[in-house]
Design a protein. Structure first.
Length: 176
């Protein structure tokens, strides 16, 4: 085996990315405090052709050097917008008929592997604050909640890791 050269990876230019078809999914960051996590999620949204990234509340917004450090240019390719509150973002998504899914450990949560993806629907995944998770208000306004199964001593993933797992799983199911 040999590592591929960057020229062999078939990467899109920013213009090609903007003009390409996107997966029917939006990511919502509910008061995420870390610039580095925000930047990393921009990069993950780019990788999975996410329609848009909604930054809410205290979530940092570009331009900022710490976001840029982990986003590696994805703030230029991924469409994003800011909302003062996550509730405002959810109202925006409701108007556009997205299924709102909070990624959180709650009573009655559906395990991620059991989430069924309908190719004719549009989805929005809400990810929360690094310590407090998705706010109860956002959970209450969500259509369903999904939980990523975990088997060790810790009971949470870093938010950027959670976003990567959920978007990979969603994309896999969407393209199956």
């Amino acid at each position: 085996m040999r590592k591929k050269l960057n020229s062999e990876l078939g990467r899109k230019s920013v213009d090609e990315f903007r003009n390409s078809g996107k997966n029917p999914v939006i990511v919502v960051l509910d008061n995420v405090r870390s610039h580095n996590n925000t930047g990393s999620i921009f990069r993950t949204c780019d990788a999975f052709l996410v329609e848009e990234l909604l930054l809410c509340g205290i979530t940092p917004v570009p331009p900022h050097r710490d976001i840029q450090k982990t986003a590696l240019g994805a703030t230029e390719s991924v469409s994003w917008r800011y909302f003062k509150t996550t509730s405002e973002a959810i109202s925006y998504l409701r108007e556009k008929e997205y299924l709102i899914i909070a990624v959180e450990q709650v009573e009655g949560a559906l395990e991620l592997q059991d989430l069924k993806v309908d190719k004719d629907k549009r989805y929005a995944f809400v990810f929360g604050h690094e310590i407090n998770g998705v706010s109860q208000e956002a959970v209450d306004k969500s259509d369903i909640c999904v939980e990523i199964p975990q088997f060790g001593t810790k009971h949470s993933f870093n938010i950027a890791v959670s976003a990567g797992i959920v978007l990979w799983d969603f994309t896999k199911k969407l393209t199956a």
